[in-house]
Design a protein around this ligand. Sequence first.
Ligand code: SAM
Length: 331
Amino acid sequence: MISDSFHRQITYLRVSVTDRCNLRCVYCLPEDYAVSGDKKEILTYEELTELIHCFAELGFSRIRITGGEPLVRHGITQLVSAFAETPGIKDLAMSTNGLLLEKYAGDLAKAGLKRINISLDSINPEKFSRITRYGRIESVLRGIYAAAQHGINPVKLNVVVVRGVNSDEIGDFCELTAKLPIHVRFIELMPMGETGFFSEEKRVPYQEMLNLAAPLIPLEKRDWPEGGGPAHYFKRPGAVGTIGFISALSCNFCDNCNRVRLSSKGVLVPCLDGWMGVPLGEMLRKGGTKEEIKTEILKTIENKPQKHFMVERAKEELHHPSPRFMCSIGG
Ligand code: SAM
């Protein structure tokens, strides 16, 4: 098992397989966002799989495929199979906006995808289109249904809460868990990239989200839905599903961080709040051996920062936006 210099065990890799996305959610990407750089820099499935083998040999056991939007990458189920078949990988999940999920859910399940997180920020069709800039909620709802039908479990819904946009829907999302076996997670808005969207006023802190979601019963960890993330879970009395909260700014959870991130170009990034990383993809293309790559992974983990600085950055973000987007680091 690998530990960093703060004695955290790092076993979880989030892999962004593309920077492209078929939505432009207002808090995530600018409307005119275009993927930069040469297409050839994006690692092939063979290259990504070679890197995953290095991580698995070092003791990584969990992978989440993310993006951009992973389902826009051609032949994605092929990559899911390759990751699922990698010795040592016990848990394979995906984050998606769900637009193309109806089409792929069956093949993803067959390929070995166990769990899925679907972003859904509003259950009001018009508001959903406004937040995503042009998404159609019907496609996402059909995707959620298809995932459940094909036995992908748990299905979690990720809701980024924004004051004045969807904070009035917290109660409605909680209601969904009354009869449906889904897990709704409310995510605190983070300062991220040059969207010009973030402001302290738009961020709804953890305690306020909790109040808006009441009544809630805290759940023991053993009753939480499967996953390795930072959410804390609750339940409405008598509900089938659960309600989780991910509050990176209100409740810094870095002490329990267990993850690093690999970009679609093969850059290994040790913290969500950092965009500098180690170019493992480039090393691989230059003929780096497995042992050399594994040594770089260990060094990067050794240097993983103790904590993120989003609280400090939140104050600065309006004047000095960070030069990166969530879709290149995978969320
Ligand atoms: N396209 C996939 C999806 O929609 O889940 C995966 C990539 S997306 C960047 C991953 C997650 O990051 C989504 O749940 C999204 O809502 C979240 N996200 C993006 N920008 C964010 C921000 N500024 N604050 C909080 N969460 C954000």
